[in-house]
Design a protein around this ligand. Sequence first.
Ligand code: FAQ
Length: 332
Amino acid sequence: MYAQLVETGATRLRAMEEMDPQERAFQSRVDDGIKIEAKDWMPEAYRKTLVRQISQHAHSEIVGQLPEGNWVTRAPTLERKAVLLAKIQDEAGHGLYLYSAAETLGVSRDQMLGDLHSGKAKYSSIFNYPTLSWADIGMIGWLVDGSAIINQVPLCRCSYGPYARAMVRVCKEESFHQRQGYDILLKLCNGTPEQKQMAQDALNRWWWPALMMFGPSDGDSPNSAQSMQWRIKLFSNDELRQKMVDQTVPQAEYLGLTIPDPKLKWNEERGHYDFGEIDWSEFYNVIQGNGPCNRDRLRTRVKAWDDGAWFRNALVAHADKQADKQAQQAAA
Ligand code: FAQ
């Protein structure tokens, strides 16, 4: 796949002999599976790519709380509400580990948040879709966390140490999230015909956006070839998407739900499911800010930030006071 990516010319990669000695030594360490740490020398483009990916990932975790937050007050039982609240809090924690990992690369949290709030930085396309029914919360856990796990388990082995280590805990928590989503759907699919229909309707709306989470097809992915050479990505977008389809189809069958793709079919020769063409115009429309909820998500996020200003100021005031006290004690 890597060779194929290079052949597509998505990015022209430099061979070892074209690199200067420092860069060659760096690439050899990456090839040998040695982790790159914050204080190690790294090519500027490697640093920038990591900042881009990790900060987008962090923003996704933070904005990703909003579609689920919409259902906290309407969860059908106290237990479901408690589980959903815990899950949403986990996502906030993931965002914080990831911002910390990005900070090790010399970018400040204020800068990253500024880019999110101004609309300059991306976050995952999936969070620009509305959560219209309780079944949508099941779909987010099953399909969105499910896709996130498929994407993120390999990242535990990526070349940048702080990112790889953050991913270990994130993946453990995402597994719990995926199970809670599937559990919601099991209940609905074994419930009344109306509940099962609610689950089917949610699957019809979430299936294709979930496949888009993995990013453009390999031939159209400008960053993949270089990111794979640097082992920031270990698998291509299409490889991970295929894995998601192969893993999810039997789970849908167990629920008794129909995946909304007439072209979905097991291919004995390939040992994989074939599936229909993704509507890439929808994907690009969403990542350019024109999805069903982009404006609402950003507005809500900016308002939450502005509303929290008094609290951040209070924390800093307390920290300043403590520092003054310690300085006075040291001087006495
Ligand atoms: N949405 O060249 P590529 C979660 C952009 S966490 C928006 O293929 P790359 C947890 C891409 O940034 C979900 N933009 O890019 C949760 C690039 O734009 P740029 C997030 C997308 O980076 C669950 C351009 O298209 N996970 O769900 C998307 O090599 C439930 C060209 O694409 C991660 O971020 C997209 N879907 O590959 C939370 C995982 N796809 O920057 C709450 C880490 C592509 O050049 C509730 N990230 N773009 O302007 C990755 O693995 C990669 O960054 C990819 C994209 C695979 C997402």
